[in-house]
Structures are given as C-alpha cells and as structure tokens.
Design a protein around this ligand. Structure first.
Ligand code: KG4
Ligand code: ZN
Length: 346
C-alpha cells in the first residue's frame, strides 16, 4: 500500500510517498520545504505566515511528484494536529480535496504519533541494513519536539500509553528560549548544540526539574529561569565566548541528564524490549549518544530516526497513516477537521 503523507503543522511544508508492506515501511519520496529562513526574521514561527507559505508550496509540490489522477497512491495521510491551526488547516483541506477527487481513503493522524513512527523509516548507507530491524515492542519512546515532551509506551500498533509529559515548557522550546537569551536566533536547538561543543557541561549546575520526583513528568521552566538569572548576574561576560559556550553546554547537559535518567527509570519499571527517541530534539548528537549508551548498556535494542526523520517530515506521517489505514481506521473526506488537541493515546 502506497501512502501520500502531508505535513503542514508548523514551519515545514512536507510531502512523502511511503510504501508499507506488513510491518515494514519504505520511503519512495520525501520532500521538505523549510520555511525556517522566513520565520528566523521574526525570531519564531508566525502562524499566518506559515499558512500562507504552505498554501503557495503544497499543491505545486504534490503536482510535481504525483500523477494528476493520483494513480500512484492508495491512500492519503495528513497531520490533523497538534500544531498551529492555520498551518494545519492548509494541509488538511488539500488532503480532503485530493481524497475526495481521487476517491482514496483518508486518515488524519497525530503529528506526535508520526514522530514515533519515524523509528520505522529506513535509513541510508550503513544504517540501511540496521534499519530493517523494526522497533521491538513494548517500545518505549521519548518524544521530544518543539511543542511536546512525552514518554510513551507503545505496546502494539495503535496502542500507546503516555507515562509522562512536560508540565510547562517542552525540551525543544527550552532550547529555543535559551538560544534567544544568548542572541543565537531561531531555531535554537542546533545553535545551542554547536556552541555547547566548545563549553564545559559541568561549568554550571543548573536545576534538573522533577528528576527526583515520582512519576515521569518533566519540567524545564525552572532550568530556563536559572539560565536567565545566571546571564543577568554575569552581564559583563555576555560576549565572552568561553562563558557563552559553558552556559550552552551546562544547559544542554541539564536537559539531557533529565531526559535520559527519566527514560531509564521507565525502562527499569516497564521493562520494554526496545527503546527509542523521536522528535526534533532527537537530532541532538549528545542525546543520541547518551541514550544509545544507556540503552545498549542494559542489553536492550536502541532505535533513533535518521537525522532528517527526527525533524518534521511527511514520511513519518505517511508511516503512521499506513498503520492506521491497515488497522481499518478512516477519516471521512468531507468531515475531517483540524484538532490542535488531537491525541493518539487512548
Ligand atoms: O519535531 P520538530 O522538528 O517540530 C515540532 O514538532 O516542534 O522539533 C523542533 C524542535 C525545535 O525546538 C528545535 O530547536 C529542536 O527541535 N531541535 C534541537 C536540535 N535540532 C532541532 N534541539 C536540540 N538539539 C538539536 N540538534
Ligand atoms: Zn514535530
């Protein structure tokens, strides 16, 4: 079954064609048009600007990659939420019209469920063979993006349990806010990670929110505030590269320390067979290596998406849609609406 995936929840206009066979996925096309440069001028994503860009780019992208009668696909999957409502609406409306005109099954999927399925997408080069291993279930996935931070236990296809989530800022949001404090611009994650390479992760002992509390919720707002005060108390050093790098490295260390330790606590309690990461922050090299080390050290299978599939893309949406359609789920083409609170957990 070949699925057209459409993703417009934030500042990436993305389409993909993914072929599903059994429980395997193959990416036939994966195209992402990033609006990052446009939003960087504003220091963050402007929803109406994102929607306008999606409107201009989406149909021409589909027209360039698919035959005009839709003969090369068997179904359409579109991100229906969560995300920015005006941005989501453009993708959902285009998907509805195409599903109706081409008479194809349509499924609205959760952006977060999509991120998790990025762990099913094959990689390139040396990862290719490795990637033929699909995550073993129960699969514990740390979903860390710009808007969400959740620890999810996937017991089987379509059966997800949320063990915990952030009670304030998402991990990616914390990266973006600290980057702004340092005048690094948007998106902050990769910029903080780069600056942190020159710094000492133990230079500042920033707070690890909720680390010693029971349960699996996260909190990053105290950390963010602590970074802010440290910067204010050291205003004379704000242009000192060593100081800035130490702040970035210590901040990154605090975030990753909490993410890894909470995930390992869940590993010890729920005893999954596979552990993975997903979402934009899972592109972070230090997070990738720390998680891998801890998970492999416990003798479990570790999974992480290719860098390109950690970030927003439509292959993950097509993948999630494939498994939903395979299970018999459908969205009525004329009834599908955007739901910014769309939840994939029962
Ligand atoms: O999943 P994603 O592309 O979009 C959302 O669904 O939100 O995640 C974007 C987030 C941003 O906050 C960005 O700063 C963060 O992922 N990010 C990173 C890195 N690359 C992207 N955070 C830390 N380290 C990175 N290398
Ligand atoms: Zn995302």
């Amino acid at each position: 079954m070949k699925i057209l995936g459409i993703e417009t929840s934030c500042d990436e206009t993305a389409i993909a064609i993914v072929e599903g066979r059994g429980n395997r996925l193959k990416v036939l096309k994966n195209i992402v048009y990033s609006q990052v440069d446009i939003h960087a001028e504003h220091g963050g994503v402007v929803p109406e600007v994102a929607a306008r860009e999606h409107m201009q780019k989406l149909l021409p992208m589909i027209e360039a990659e698919l035959s005009s009668d839709g003969a090369d696909i068997d179904g359409i999957a579109v991100t229906a939420g969560p995300g920015l409502a005006p941005a989501l609406r453009t993708g959902v409306e285009v998907a509805k019209v195409l599903a109706y005109a081409w008479n194809k099954p349509l499924i609205g999927v959760s952006h977060l469920e999509g991120h998790i399925y990025a762990n099913w997408l094959p990689g390139e080069g040396i990862w290719k063979r490795w990637r033929h291993r699909r995550p073993k279930m129960p699969f514990l996935c740390l979903m860390v993006s710009g808007g969400h931070t959740e620890l999810v236990l996937m017991e089987n296809y379509g059966i997800f349990k949320r063990l915990g989530e952030t009670i304030d800022d998402a991990a990616g949001e914390a990266f973006d806010k600290v980057a702004r404090m340092l005048g690094l611009g948007y998106p902050g994650g990769p910029k903080i990670a780069k600056l942190a390479e020159q710094g000492r992760g133990d230079a500042y002992d920033f707070p690890r929110g909720l680390l010693d509390k029971p349960g699996y919720d996260f909190s990053f707002s105290g950390l963010k505030t602590s970074v802010l005060y440290t910067l204010r108390n050291n205003e004379d050093k704000i242009n000192d590269e060593d100081f800035r790098a130490d702040i970035a490295a210590s901040f990154q260390e605090a975030v990753i320390d909490v993410l890894v330790k909470k995930t390992m606590k869940a590993v010890d309690e729920f005893k999954p067979l596979g552990v993975g990461i997903a979402g934009g922050v899972s592109a972070n090299r230090l997070l990738r290596s720390r998680m891998e080390e801890e998970v492999i050290g416990r003798g479990l299978n570790f999974y992480m998406p290719e860098f390109a599939y950690s970030l927003d893309n439509a292959s993950m949406i097509a993948g999630a849609g494939y498994f939903r359609l395979k299970a018999g789920d459908r969205s009525e083409a004329l009834d599908l609406v955007v739901n910014t609170n769309l939840d994939f957990v029962q």
